[in-house]
Design a binder for this molecule. Structure first.
Ligand code: PLP
Length: 433
């Protein structure tokens, strides 16, 4: 069978039987078969090479097929692929958790390993509720979150996602009814005024008796709108939480491991949240793994009070392959000049995307760390723009009105320019309409 027939039958079988993320089985948007990926390039089955502008949704911070990460996972494979975590432990998990405690904000001392970001958010929410139960405050079971926020696709996580993009009406009878503060309006790098926090303060004031925690994405709101907001907002929100006896859950699943220019988004505000979720780039994009960290106060309260256990325990908890590659990914990050690389990408993005300002269809261009966003006035024509980007030799996947890039930190200047130029060309040719 020739390479081309092989590819078309793969794509036919795909179309016939497989759901993709947020997809229709009758979609006109093309799907492309990837044969391999290395460095900053994806190679399609038909031989075409694409420069990767997505890091596979924030994950592949070191690029693909990274020798050190390959080695870590192969070595672990030869000793043990998996073992249950109930009653057993192992070095990869212990060393990873020690490392996470070391590099995350100060107050975070205990780690619960989860299998995906959404699950780590469910765990964070259950931790908050169990903490208040232990503190004899069983009424505190609700959450406050921010509009334009995204925390995952499972039901608990969905209940704190933006009600519109989270499709709350579709699932309205199943979802917990939580509270939403407006998306912060004070821009990144700017101070926050009292009025910027007035709605959040009012919600806390009225509902703190029934609210377990405020959950938010520090500084960068990802899949709910790709917005950046003031670190001052985060700082003041933390203070308000303390005043009102409400925990702060920082969802760092997208922002973690350097993407915004700091190792964690919370560092922009100099705060320690009570609970923190990490995922996505935790394993450098190699395996699915996430973690929920919490303060000693929370783990002690839960552990010292009935039912004397935290009530969660995934089957694949602490998978050794995932833990070992995560540990190696963090080591690689820390040994690299990631801060400088991310700053450089920020400059390149600012320069490279600015030229798109001239288009009437563009409403905003914003860059923070290794994240570049072009917001359009109208949603893109997905089938058309997706094909156009591939024709240009880049992998960029817009959603709604947003065309955004968040490349691996190892990307070179000419590759980054190629990504920016492809966006310019596609907009200039009107292939987004
Ligand atoms: C991706 C993401 C999640 C969900 O993670 P999954 O691994 O897709 O379940 C949660 N919160 C944020 C901020 C994310 O970016």
């Amino acid at each position: 069978m020739s390479a081309t027939t092989d590819t078309s039958s793969t794509l036919e079988d795909d179309r016939e039987h497989i759901w993709h993320p947020y997809s229709s089985t009758h979609s006109d948007t093309p799907v492309f078969a990837v044969k391999s990926a290395s460095g900053t390039h994806l190679t399609l089955e038909n031989g075409k090479q694409l420069i990767d502008g997505m890091s596979s949704w924030w994950c592949a911070i070191h690029g693909y097929n990274v020798p050190e990460l390959n080695h870590a996972i192969k070595q672990q494979l030869d000793s043990m692929a998996h073992v249950m975590f109930g009653g057993l432990t192992h070095k990869p998990a212990v060393e990873l958790c020690k490392k996470l405690v070391e590099i995350t904000p100060e107050k975070l001392e205990t780690v619960f390993l989860a299998d995906s970001g959404s699950v780590s958010v469910e765990i964070a929410m259950k931790m908050a509720v169990q903490y208040w139960q232990a503190r004899k405050r069983p009424d505190k079971q609700k959450f406050i979150s921010l509009r334009s926020g995204y925390h995952g696709d499972t039901l608990g996580a969905m209940s704190v996602c933006d009600p519109v993009t989270g499709m709350h009406t579709l699932f309205s009878d199943m979802l917990m009814k939580n509270y939403f503060a407006p998306s912060p309006t004070c821009a990144f790098g700017e101070p926050c005024l009292d009025e910027d926090l007035a709605d959040l303060k009012a919600l806390l004031g009225s509902h703190h008796g029934s609210v377990a925690a405020l959950i938010l994405e520090p500084v960068v709101q990802g899949a709910g709108g790709m917005k950046f907001y003031s670190a001052d907002y985060l700082k003041q929100a933390k203070t308000l939480c303390e005043q009102y006896d409400v925990l702060l859950i920082a969802d760092e699943i997208a922002t973690g491991f350097g993407r915004s220019g700091k190792l964690f988004g919370c560092e922009h505000a100099g705060i320690s949240p009570d609970i923190m979720c990490v995922g996505k780039s935790l394993t450098g994009g190699y395996m699915t793994l996430a973690a929920t960290l919490c303060s000693r106060e929370i783990s002690d309260a839960i552990s010292n009070n009935p039912p004397y256990a935290f009530m969660h325990g995934p089957t694949f908890m602490g998978n050794p392959l995932a833990c070992s590659v995560a540990l190696e990914s963090i080591r690689l990050l820390q040994e690299s000049d990631w801060k400088n690389n991310v700053q450089q990408i920020e400059r390149w993005l600012k320069n490279g995307l600015e030229i798109c300002k001239q288009f009437d269809d563009v409403s905003d261009i914003r860059v923070l760390g290794a994240i570049g966003v072009i917001e359009l006035k109208q949603a893109v024509n997905m089938p058309r723009i997706q094909q156009a980007f591939v024709d240009e030799g880049v992998w960029i996947r817009p959603f709604g009105k947003l065309i955004y890039i968040m490349p691996p930190y190892v990307i070179k200047e000419d590759e980054l320019n190629a990504l920016c130029n492809a966006i310019f060309k596609v907009l200039n040719d009107g292939k987004h309409r």
